[in-house]
Design a protein around this ligand. Structure first.
Ligand SMILES: Cc1cc2nc3c(=O)[nH]c(=O)nc-3n(C[C@H](O)[C@H](O)[C@H](O)COP(=O)(O)OP(=O)(O)OC[C@H]3O[C@@H](n4cnc5c(N)ncnc54)[C@H](O)[C@@H]3O)c2cc1C
Length: 458
């Protein structure tokens, strides 16, 4: 098939009397990967695409769509065998649940609300859903009333003084190690960012947008799967190197090298920090500083499957189990009347649970659930699934936060490199005064911004 294309092209050029374009050895090598010989030329260079997008998550898909709208040839390279990245609806337990993102945050201005509607995916206001279930707390020791009050106070202070907040850790901002204040800060950082309060910048956190949340009964991942249709996406194609030493960029994968005028890199901060992509020449110091100024939290979702038993719990009941100021689990029980309990936890505690490995981690969390609901739950347990984003090589964490003293890190990372490498992704979603970082909505916005810059590369 590919040979026929080549023959047709050659015949056309011979008949036109014009010389065929220079076909480099690189283009030949890349042919199996790209499927067509070349699409774009600039003086002295032949490109396989105008823009290569690395990563088919929220940011990468948004960038690819925007580039198509701007009439650019775009190829998306994705390491995993699926699209969606950290937005993934897992069906492995026989019923769908979101293993990564599950809320459409600040839904009134979030593009995923509009895209869901466009693709016929139902979304529901969270308040409407939660009214059907009741929530309760358990714990040894129980949450101290002072800690809960401290959390509320902290939230108010963060909301009230956004712009004036010093670039210090959330723990320090809350009032240091004083027991109640520390408890409020630790809980907030762990639940919202998946990390410990001493490691997150209060200023970075305070900038984040708030708003109404919507839920997606069929799974957030469903939206991305539909949104990805029609794009030129190469799955199972991890990028190893980005060479920006000459004209344009040369991107190498195990399947070969392809080149383009520019590249949008929407790979998570954790994966970039792990060095899985080598930049040649190395990244400028400003981007390196940006990467060093960001951390990845360990927010984690697990699901436990039961045989239909409900243990007296109505759908959408939320059971919060507090083991200590730094250890807690949140059990979302039988959402949408499915036989699943989804479990949310974060921080160093989550890192420890993930390190146990799939089966022991599920058994451990089942023990915790049995501790609250009684040993009877064990007889009805069918199986569990841990999604440990923290040790997944394509994310190396859940989502980003700026480290104390490094609230400018997102801007630094987003700085264009040589007018041809443009970073996108949730980590850069909060740049330019936006509070969209860490979210799927922010990832979308960052993809649009990066695509518009990349489209200007000649
Ligand atoms: C447990 C959890 C809960 C969350 N809850 C919410 C929520 O409720 N609401 C919300 O808005 N956000 C939530 N988030 C955050 C949200 O998932 C992310 O902000 C968003 O999905 C990030 O999109 P992205 O495109 O920036 O990155 P990703 O989705 O990670 O996409 C990057 C892509 O790059 C690919 N990749 C990595 N390395 C390479 C390589 N070398 N070559 C090629 N491809 C590569 C990855 O496989 C991935 O597909 C949650 C995240 C987690 C983990």
């Amino acid at each position: 098939m590919r040979h026929q294309v080549w023959q047709r092209l050659l015949r056309r050029y011979l008949m036109s009397g014009k010389l065929p374009p220079v076909i480099s050895r690189r283009v030949f090598l890349a042919a199996p990967l790209i499927g067509i010989p070349y699409v774009a030329r600039a003086a002295g260079a032949v490109f396989d695409a105008d823009v290569i997008v690395i990563g088919a998550g929220a940011a990468g898909l948004a960038a690819a769509h925007e580039l198509l709208r701007l009439k650019r040839k775009v190829i998306v390279l994705e390491a995993r065998g699926r699209v969606g990245g950290r937005i993934f609806t897992d069906h492995s337990l026989g019923a769908p649940y979101d293993a990564g993102a599950f809320y459409i945050h600040w839904a009134e201005k979030n593009s995923w609300t509009r895209i869901a509607r466009l693709h016929g995916v139902k979304t529901l206001d969270e308040d409407e859903v939660q009214r059907n279930g009741r929530s309760f707390d358990r714990g040894t020791p129980p949450a101290s009333p002072d800690g809960v009050t401290a959390w509320d106070k902290l939230r108010e202070r963060l909301d009230d003084s956004k712009a004036r907040i010093a670039d210090i850790s959330m723990l320090e901002f809350a009032g240091g190690e004083k027991a109640a204040a520390a408890e409020g800060a630790l809980t907030m950082a762990r639940l919202a960012l998946g990390d410990e309060a001493e490691r997150v910048s209060a200023r970075d956190y305070a900038r984040l947008w708030a708003g109404d949340d919507r839920l997606v009964p069929d799974g957030f991942g469903t939206i991305l799967e539909r949104y990805a249709k029609g794009l030129d996406i190469r799955l199972n194609t991890p990028v190893n190197t980005i060479d920006w030493g000459g004209r344009g960029v040369r991107v190498t994968t195990p399947d070969g090298t392809i080149n383009a005028r520019s590249v949008v890199v929407s790979v998570p901060v954790g994966a970039l920090q792990s060095g899985s992509i080598k930049f040649t020449p190395g990244l400028p110091s400003i981007n390196v500083a940006g990467l060093q100024g960001l951390g990845m939290g360990a927010s984690t979702r697990m699901a436990l499957r039961f045989d239909g038993a409900r243990f007296g719990l109505a759908p959408h009941t939320n059971v919060r189990l507090r083991l200590s100021a730094r250890q807690s689990f949140s059990f979302g029980c039988f959402d949408w009347n499915r036989d699943l309990v989804t479990v949310y936890f974060g921080g160093d505690h989550a890192r420890e649970v993930i390190a146990m490995g799939q089966e022991p981690a599920c058994a451990h969390v089942l023990d915790q659930f049995a501790g609250v609901m009684g040993n009877d739950v064990r007889q009805h347990y069918i199986g569990g699934r841990l999604n440990g984003w923290w040790n997944d090589p394509w994310s190396c964490g859940a989502y980003s936060h700026a480290l104390p003293g490094r609230a400018n890190a997102r801007e630094q990372l987003a700085e264009p490199v040589g007018a041809r490498i443009f970073f996108a992704g949730e980590a850069t979603g909060g740049t330019g005064g936006s509070g969209a970082a860490i979210t799927a909505g922010g990832a979308y916005l960052s993809g649009i911004v990066a695509a518009r810059k990349a489209a200007k590369t000649v």
